[in-house]
Design a protein around this ligand. Structure first.
Ligand code: PMP
Ligand code: GLU
Length: 395
């Protein structure tokens, strides 16, 4: 007696792998997790202290559905000063993670049968979030470096196109979209009257020359066609706290507020005070985390490119690399099995090398796997040594 809605859904591959790794570790297996989708750093102490203080002060009751005003004001200031786009506090809705903010956005603007364009590779949940809203995901190619291909988007536009979901810096590819491509997409959204849902959760994690551009900052009209989504999980290592937000034109924000008022209501009250402290306090922890990730990225890209038969595109952001491992498809494993696809490849690495990575098929990139370098240098070295050994055994 299941609904068609849930029958249509595929469970989250990243979440399932997290559970498998946890189970194997509980059984005593020494797994190195290259699947990790969160910073391997602790939440900064001052944020934890602010949370404890809020609880002790009695900030343990319902708040406004869209969040406490001081937090929405702080987010408004952040978006204006850092991202160059003004959203009034009542255009901001604080949610239980960017994941909820994305669900809210899609549910608020889509009718059954509407189409939502998603450049691939894309984060696991986008396709399912769109399906949950009874809308249809329309996947489009990016270019060889996983950069936005606006022509590919233009080709699939239809009267049913309601939105395009973009994610820059990108999970899983690490691509950072440039201003010119974003402007072109934004202008297309204005001309054809659809929304850009812009997921910016990795904005702080960019290495090299690229810089983050918020598409909503590019013009007033583009802003009116954009729902900006962001959160605290990645920048402040707060994945378990479950807090994020959307900023959107006031009519969309009102719909999101109304929807959330009947689902989860406010994001956890004392977590909101912690998020306020995160925005107002020292941003030093972000710099420290970023410089660690920057070193690991260079190391991992070099090691992956040195693997026989592996190609690895450049990745300027987030903490992922997405090597193409398809030259291993068709090879035989030592026990007589055969690797046919990215799922088999990942299973083989997990069993033979005790290293967990995420199959690219989960991100609509079947030739690839996603490797996260959110791990200590020691584990990165050991994990790569194990992967090299396991791949050498394939014939
Ligand atoms: N978007 C992307 C691209 C992500 O990688 C994640 C992390 N799971 C999210 C959204 C959701 O983040 P949050 O923890 O704020 O729900
Ligand atoms: N963003 C992370 C990942 O892609 C966390 C897992 C999830 O929320 O799906 O692995």
């Amino acid at each position: 007696m299941k609904s068609e809605r849930v029958l249509r859904m595929t469970p989250s591959a990243t979440m399932e792998i997290n559970s498998t790794v946890a189970r194997l570790r509980a059984e005593g297996r020494n797994i190195i997790g290259f699947n990790v989708g969160e910073p391997d750093f602790n939440t900064p102490r001052f944020i934890i202290d602010a949370c404890a203080e809020a609880m002790l002060k009695g900030e343990t009751k319902y708040t406004a559905v869209d969040g406490i005003l001081p937090l929405r004001k702080a987010i408004s200031e952040k978006l204006e000063t850092e991202n160059g786009v003004f959203y009034a506090p009542d255009e901001i809705v604080v949610s239980t993670g960017a994941k909820q903010a994305l669900n809210n956005a899609v549910l608020s603007i889509c009718n059954p049968g509407d189409e939502v364009i998603i450049p691939k590779p894309c984060w696991v949940s986008y396709v399912e979030i769109v399906k949950l809203a009874d809308a249809a995901p329309v996947l489009v190619e990016t270019d060889a470096d996983f950069q936005l291909d606006n022509e590919a988007i233009r080709r699939v536009l239809s009267p049913r196109t309601r939105a395009v979901i973009i994610n820059t810096p990108n999970n899983p590819s690490g691509a950072v979209y440039g201003e010119a491509a974003l402007r072109e997409l934004g202008e297309m959204a204005v001309e054809h009257d659809f929304y850009v849902i812009s997921d910016e959760v990795y904005e702080k994690l960019i290495y090299g020359q690229s810089r983050h551009v918020s598409i909503a900052s590019l013009s007033k009209d583009i802003r009116e066609h954009t729902i900006t989504v962001n959160g605290f999980s990645k920048a402040y290592a707060m994945t378990g706290w479950r807090i994020g937000y959307s900023a959107s034109p006031s009519d969309v924000a009102a719909s999101i507020r109304s929807l959330q008022g009947h689902t989860t209501s406010n994001s956890t009250s004392f977590v909101q005070w912690a998020a306020l402290a995160a925005l107002k306090g020292s941003q030093q922890s972000i710099e420290e985390m970023k410089s660690e990730f920057a070193q690991r990225r260079l190391y991992m890209a070099e090691r992956l490119r040195a693997l026989p038969g592996v190609a690895c595109a450049n990745s300027e952001g987030a903490f992922y690399l997405m090597p193409d491992v398809s030259s291993y498809y068709g090879k035989k494993t030592p026990d007589g099995g055969r690797i046919e696809n990215s799922v088999d490849f990942c299973k083989y690495l997990l069993e033979e090398a005790l290293v967990s990575v995420v199959p690219g098929v989960a991100f609509e990139a079947p030739d690839n796997v996603r490797i996260s370098y959110s791990n200590s240098m020691k584990n990165l070295e050991e994990g790569m040594r194990r992967i090299e050994g396991a791949l050498a055994k394939l014939a």
